[in-house]
Design a protein around this ligand. Structure first.
Ligand code: NAP
Length: 398
């Protein structure tokens, strides 16, 4: 049996509760680096001191932090690891030792507010489950730190607005970690469209799927509506949604969506599974997005224009993305470089905004727009009709 999304957190929802977890099932702790093999961290005084680097506190030592963020942070030229925030002190001390951090740079959730006095830390990178992004970002601003926050920005647009108010009150930066903006194949794809290499853009298609696996520790909170905010859409579909906006260079004017979920599947008692979305952009460009937690892992993007097209598969992976241009009867595989550079580039961009005052490419306002679009997608699926949208993602009219 399938049915439309019902957005009600179940009794197990742990919405406001940050708790320590063991090492993720997917991570082999014996493969942590030895402190000797980690490059000199170069953590100095706060940026006002003029070191040209900012100190980052990583909050939430889960799968993404341990397997990807920490190793990639070592390649940043302008950010340095300064502290860890974790509810599992034993795990955090082990990670700190591996990355050459002293024990006094390890914070837990209860003692987090003391980070305000820690001059080694300029910014917090919030890598907690989605439902904890808002409260812990607000707390980081209260401690006087800048924030880099994982996608999706929060569970609701209301939470995003609360984060933006806290940012403004603190006078600090808030960037959403939409890493694809810093990935070379995606950057080349944007350039191809802007330069008119495809002629006039007509259609975009993007698909993001993977199997949700409750035996994998990182997927347990993803099945909890309070912690995840939704299912595949805010977790994976958001990549296609954000790509549709950066490829067209616009926000959509209209959305029409359908959701299909096998509620008897224990993974989907709270969160939705499949979503199919149609978007209409200014100038009549159409976009089709699909996402699910029940189809084998894949991520793609394609753009079709009056004079050519391109196809990306994978499109938004950590590395190994491809871009194939088809034009004038010829097919050209474009190698834009190593996709893994998206991570250090994202860190360096964040640091530049703080140290040099440059404009953020992926500011909180983008996270808010996408959260409004996600809410509009849920509303369209619930109501079974297309909805008109304002450029800020809010639904227009009745
Ligand atoms: N940009 C990307 O490519 C990308 C990729 C993957 C994930 N993400 C985002 O990163 C965030 C974390 O995802 P993940 O896959 O790393 O998840 P995960 O493996 O489950 O890690 C989450 C960590 O958050 C902490 N935590 C605090 N309260 C928790 C609670 N109630 N339940 C579960 N964990 C809790 C735990 O760290 P401690 O034990 O240290 O306290 C836990 O290890 C999400 O927002 C996700 O969307 C982004």
């Amino acid at each position: 049996m399938t049915q439309e999304q019902e957005r009600k957190p179940g009794p197990g929802a742990l919405r406001d509760h940050a708790v320590g977890r063991p090492f993720p099932t997917s991570f082999d702790a014996s493969r942590l680096p030895s402190a000797r093999s980690v490059p000199a961290l170069g953590v100095g005084p706060a940026p006002e001191g003029g070191t040209g680097r900012i100190g980052i506190a990583l909050m939430g030592l889960g799968d993404f932090t341990l397997r990807t963020v920490l190793p990639e942070l070592m390649h940043s030229e302008r950010c340095a690891l300064a502290a860890l925030v974790s509810g599992n002190r034993e795990k955090a001390l082990q990670v700190a030792a591996a990355y050459g951090l002293p024990d006094n740079a390890v914070y837990d959730y209860d003692g987090f507010d003391a980070i305000a006095e820690d001059e080694r830390v300029d910014a917090v990178y919030n890598v907690l489950p989605n439902g904890l992004h808002a409260d812990w970002t607000v707390r980081a601003f209260a401690a006087g730190k800048h924030v880099l926050c994982e996608k999706p920005m929060a569970n609701t647009a209301e939470e995003c607005l609360r984060m933006i108010s806290a940012r403004d009150e603190a006078g600090k930066a808030l960037m959403i970690a939409y890493r694809a903006h810093f990935e070379p194949h995606n950057q080349r794809a944007i350039a191809l469209i802007r330069e008119g290499a495809l002629g006039e853009l007509r259609t975009i298609v993007s698909d993001h799927h993977r199997i949700l696996d409750l035996s994998d520790s990182r997927d347990v909170w993803r099945a909890d509506l309070g912690l995840a905010g939704g299912g595949a859409l805010p977790d994976l579909g958001i990549y296609g949604l954000n790509a549709a906006c950066y490829l067209t260079g616009h926000a959509p004017e209209e959305v029409f969506a359908r959701i299909s979920t096998h509620r008897e599947d224990p993974r989907f008692s709270e969160v939705e599974d499949q979503t199919a979305i149609q978007l209409r952009f200014p100038g009549g460009v159409l976009c089709t997005l699909t996402t699910s937690y029940s189809a084998a892992g894949v991520n793609t993007a394609a753009a079709f224009g009056t004079e050519g097209s391109f196809f990306m598969q994978p499109a938004t992976s950590y590395r190994g993305n491809t871009l194939t241009l088809r034009k004038g009867g010829k097919t050209e595989a474009i190698d834009a470089g190593d996709g893994a550079i998206q991570f250090p580039r994202q860190f360096d961009h964040f640091a530049a905004a703080i140290l040099d005052g440059t404009e953020l490419l992926t500011p909180a306002e983008m996270g808010l727009r996408d959260m409004r679009l996600i809410e509009a997608i849920y509303a369209s699926a619930r109501e079974g009709r297309p909805l008109s949208l304002n450029p800020d993602g809010t639904v227009r009219g009745p």
